[in-house]
Unconditional design. Structure first.
Lengths: 295, 369
């Protein structure tokens, strides 16, 4: 992929993002613009399903950069995030060298073992090698604190040193997007190096626009009703308030059932697309249909 | 605007923000100035976002930031944030800062060690509500020496070990060093990691005699395992005091905690506050798989049904739920209060928390959980 010229102002960036189907408000567009201009990682926090991961994908698309994604989980280790040596191939290489009686010079043999072709690049190294790129570190709150410390080191100077091979430095620092669902407080030292943005649920008009944009097959009427009902659900103090992703799932489910607008019967049958807790479903079922559908 | 003006304005704003309780450190302010360099400074919303993106560190900061921004850039005096307004001289309650009573190592009339030790032993079993100031001061020193052990959980991350499964990468790396001959297997195994402990301390009026001791216990727990311990106070609202209790010195930590708690010695709405905890922290991960310790007498002003429901929810999320009730240490205590009745079905361990000895027992319960 060839890199395209990066939009020069937040407004232009928002327009470019809209071209990919991602509708960003002023705050998010400013955040993304600054992340690109200042080479500072962007730390996105917010409820699940508000479009944190989608932003990284949209940014990769408009900048024409490759996207590298690192999904974090507990126990994530350097060998899965950074690089690993391909031991199997190294052993084969060694055997082949022995068979060819090339093992006479141990120093040269050893040097040939730690060659770039035996190195398996994982997302962080790939993102630095393939600069300029977009690096998405997804759900960083799921990784443990050891990993955080180690991420800090890479994000501060965008270099990785491999003892056997040397230092890999990104010519252009990658655009880094870190996302967190706040299952754990991420360490201040990491946040300090980033731009921090809290992503809230979109307002009604924006949500309708997002639904129309992402699901062109859904009728305007249905999109408006789903957006209104989702907004109502968010005010109900549920265990898991639905995000934009759930609203889209719901609209898709309704459309699949052939609905042109949201009627109480269909809404009740498809609640599973928006509500993921039994308690929440029961609570909403017990409400009058008008309360949800807005009369 | 001249560049100088921008810098002065931003520095003044950062000062206002720090007063409002957002820790806008110098490097963050520098980042804000750098951000402004990439934006149109004359546009108010650009200034707003440049500051918000660089100076804030969490959702709690956002409201304070908005208030400070409005105050500073609209020329109006910022209204003191509600949290700041409630910082009253409640220090005396939260952390008795009276100087030592004179007994100590340098005291020439110090009783001999054996007598001191047995006095300690008696003090350890006394109800903290009925202690004199001198005894309290002594007990504080005992608290300072306490190191609660942490419960452990199996971890996913595996480290090199003598036994355990074979570590292929290290084994082959070793073999490469020996010319490709696998001469020794290297092993790895998961080492247990500390399990998260969450302490919810009731600071309402009825718990006043015990709140100081409970917070000191919480401080000892945070100090022993800063990364895996969380402390919240509950009363009429939920306050996270983990950050304050990380201060090393117990008295300073409790004073900072006392300043952060707005609902000291107020009423109790256990059900509602527990719901707030589960919504904002617990369900996201803080309570998941954790040992959750609720320290309260169970006097519920609100609806006991809500408390029962929320306790059931907590039980489903947490690894172990421990309820500490100081009154349980009294002779003939029966858990008859509505709140206690509602909570007990969801509690794994119901323990007393009225004396030093009871706290040591509690520490054991947490460690074995």
């Amino acid at each position: 992929m060839s890199e395209r010229t990066v939009p020069g102002t937040p407004d232009e960036l928002a327009a470019a993002l809209e071209g990919t189907g991602y509708l960003a408000d002023e705050g998010l567009a400013t955040a993304a613009h600054l992340a690109l201009a200042m080479h500072r990682p962007l730390f996105l926090e917010g409820e699940a399903g508000v479009g944190k991961t989608a932003l990284a994908q949209a940014l990769a698309q408009i900048t024409g950069r490759p996207l590298y994604r690192l999904q974090c989980y507990e126990g994530l280790e350097a060998s899965q995030a950074l690089y690993d040596w391909d031991f199997g191939r190294q052993l084969l290489h060694l055997r082949a060298a022995e068979a060819a009686h090339a093992a006479d010079d141990p120093a040269r043999l050893e040097a040939s073992l730690y060659d770039r072709r035996f190195l398996l690049a994982r997302p962080l190294l790939q993102a630095l090698e393939d600069a300029p790129s977009v690096l998405l570190v997804d759900e960083v709150d799921r990784a443990d604190d050891e990993f955080e410390a180690f991420l800090l080191e890479i994000l501060s100077d965008f270099t990785i040193s491999i003892p056997e091979l040397g230092t890999v430095r990104a010519e252009v620092p990658p655009l880094v997007v870190l996302t967190s669902n706040r299952t754990r407080e991420v360490h201040d030292a990491l946040k300090r190096r980033c731009l921090y943005h809290w992503l809230a649920h979109p307002d009604f008009d924006r949500e309708v626009a997002i639904l129309r944009r992402r699901l062109p097959q859904v009728t305007e009427q249905l999109a408006r009703q789903v957006a209104r009902a989702t907004a109502t659900l968010r005010t109900l103090d549920l265990l898991k308030p639905p995000g934009v992703a759930e609203a889209m799932d719901w609209a898709t489910a309704l459309h699949t059932l052939g609905a042109r607008d949201l009627d109480p019967d269909l809404a009740a049958r498809t609640l599973g697309a928006v509500l993921k807790y039994r308690e929440d479903t029961e609570r909403v079922r017990s409400l009058a249909p008008e309360a949800l559908l807005g009369g | 605007m001249a560049e100088r003006d921008v810098v002065d304005t931003v520095l003044g704003f950062a000062r206002t923000l720090r007063h409002a309780g957002v820790p806008a450190s110098p490097d963050r302010v520098q980042a804000m100035l750098a951000a402004l360099g990439h934006l149109d400074v004359l546009r108010p919303s650009a200034v707003y976002w440049a500051g918000r993106l660089t100076l804030c560190a969490g959702p709690d900061d956002l409201d304070r930031y908005d208030a400070a921004f409005l105050g500073w850039f609209s020329g109006r005096r910022p209204r003191p944030a509600p949290a700041a307004a409630q910082v009253q001289p409640r220090l005396a309650v939260s952390a008795p800062l009276d100087a030592g009573t004179g007994e100590g190592d340098e005291d020439p009339d110090a009783p001999d060690l054996a007598a001191r030790a047995s006095a300690d032993e008696v003090l350890r079993h006394r109800d903290v509500a009925g202690l004199t100031d001198a005894e309290k001061a002594h007990l504080r020193r005992l608290f300072a020496l306490m190191v609660p052990a942490a419960p452990m959980r199996p971890a996913r991350r595996r480290r090199p070990a003598v036994h355990g499964s074979v570590h292929p990468a290290r084994t082959v790396r070793r073999a490469l060093r020996d010319g490709g001959e696998v001469s020794r297997l290297v092993h790895r195994r998961a080492r247990p990691r500390p399990r998260r402990v969450v302490l919810l301390v009731d600071v309402s009026g009825s718990m006043t005699p015990y709140a100081d001791a409970l917070l000191r216990f919480a401080h000892a727990a945070v100090r022993a395992r800063p990364a895996s311990t969380e402390v919240f106070t509950i009363g009429t609202r939920l306050t996270r005091v983990t950050r304050e209790l990380r201060l090393r010195d117990p008295d300073r930590a409790l004073a900072a905690g006392g300043q952060a708690i707005p609902d000291w010695s107020g009423g109790t709405r256990l059900g509602e506050v527990l719901k707030a905890f589960l919504d904002r922290w617990g369900q996201r991960g803080t309570a998941r798989g954790a040992v959750v310790v609720v320290c309260s007498d169970g006097w519920e002003r609100g609806d006991a049904a809500l408390l029962a429901e929320q306790m059931a929810r907590l039980k489903r999320l947490a690894h172990t739920v421990v309820w500490v009730n100081p009154h349980k240490g009294r002779m003939g205590y029966e858990p008859l209060t509505g709140g206690m009745q509602a909570a007990l079905p969801s509690v794994d361990h119901f323990v007393a928390g009225h004396s030093m000895a009871a706290f040591e027992e509690l520490s054991g319960v947490i460690a074995r959980a």
